[in-house]
Design a protein around this ligand. Sequence first.
Ligand code: ISL
Length: 564
Amino acid sequence: MATAANARTPGWWRSAVVYQVYPRSFMDGNGDGVGDVPGITSRLDYLARLGIDVLWLSPVYASPMDDNGYDISDYQDIDPLFGTLDDIDALIAGCHERDIRVVMDLVVNHTSDEHAWFEESRDPASERRDWYWWRPGRDGGAPNNWESFFSGPAWELDEKSGEYYLHLFSRKQPDLNWENPEVRRAVYAMMRWWVDRGVDGFRMDVINLISKDPTLPDGTPTEGRELAPSIHSVANGPRLHEFLAEMNREVGLDERHLLTVGEMPGSTLELARDATDAARGELNMVFQFEHVELDAQPGQGKWALADLPLPRLKANLAKWQDGLADVGWNSLYWDNHDQPRAVSRFGDDSDEHRVASAKTLGTVLHLHRGTPYVYQGEELGMTNAGFTEIGQYRDIEALNYHDDAVSLGEQVERVLESLAVKGRDNARTPMQWDASEHAGFSSGTPWLPANPNKDVVNAEAAEADPDSVFHHYRRLIELRHAHPAVVDGRFALLLPDHEQVWAFTRTLDDRVLLVLANCSSTPATLDDGGLPDLSGAELLLGTHDGGGGTTLAPWESRLLGLGG
Ligand code: ISL
């Protein structure tokens, strides 16, 4: 059988669209209320109909599930909650039969504290002691002032040795010490094992945290907090590029044309450009965070909400387009399992505008230059969860933030508002397959309840409606596969100051693609000049029938083809 895996060609990922599955919430095959691998396999025909090229699977490895599988206790086994290694083999084969490639999540900045490596490492005499970051305390407290991403100090005292270990995430996610070459060798061997099993690439969790300044210097705390936010103190360490290049060589990532995308919170444009410069042999692309941090108060963390005027968002994406135009490559995303739902955040999720705004956001994103990522349910215009009480949340980040903020004297109402807007559980409610109980996700009681809007927002209804968000995404993916300008065209932002309209071109030779998108819930006028001559333009994709003229309806978008 000629599998997609053995047909990988250099740069194939530039014309690909990746679909992210969060296994816990995608499809429950055995009725225990939690999604699983056989459940995913049972839905592959749906993904094939959408037309995606790659499936990125969030972690399914053995895990105590402190952070829903991002705390791994065995990299080479599947958690029983999700299935078995045979189930994964069947999923990979099922994908390859449909020409869908499979990218695994690689979580190697940290393991679970229940990983055998860490259990050994707890013994100060063990050969694995140095596989993690152990340090004596300072002045009766933690070794430095770093704060965990999930609130509170980034250090945990281990009574047995009287030393602390570093955990940039939960205390059940101790950080691996990448300074130790044995750690690196073990990680590369594990990656090769997965490649041999048939996977087509890796999405690398917080990969810019693997290199740390070994002196672990204190960070500068922000006003009113005694702990320094860890990201600014620890990201992008001195040996990051060296480690990435070594991994690439040792695993044969480029040699085998595997897709590599590194998640890099706190990445700068310069860092991303270097990391994705093909000549350096590190990564294909990175997930940078700037555009998903614009709706927060600068330096105050994600929970300090702020308005986001459209010109700022446009300028930010344009900055990355320009910055990676000649060297490197962009990844494009609105959504993932850590972010609120795009249509609720950047669009308008009211009954009136949900469909048009979800489509328009899709057009804008997919027509930028880079590899687009679709997070499960985004193609249906799924919305935020609408939780109003802390008891509805399951995410460790949300629960820790709530307790921490309330104990520091913040008003409960404000905390709940931030959670409703930004909490990660917004993206983790069950995939909405149909209007039946639990949205067709599970025959049991789901671990998080399905959004009540599943009666209207669901895959079955969307597939039956040619004007749905689903079919709009399907067409966007088709357009990418059919039009080289979508993949390679040079990007230029138009009307940068327009407060409602997102307008840009993509140009390849004499072919010009023009996107005109009203990103607001009121009509927008296009009389500002600054647009190319539209006579003879061909409408390739629109959100409204028979549009035209110089007024765009609320959330109307048009993709026009000129010349060529
Ligand atoms: O979710 C975030 C926004 O608050 C980030 O802080 C997030 O924790 C960060 O982007 C890293 O994310 C990745 O690593 C975490 C895991 O919890 C996330 O789900 C994962 O995407 C630790 O493995």
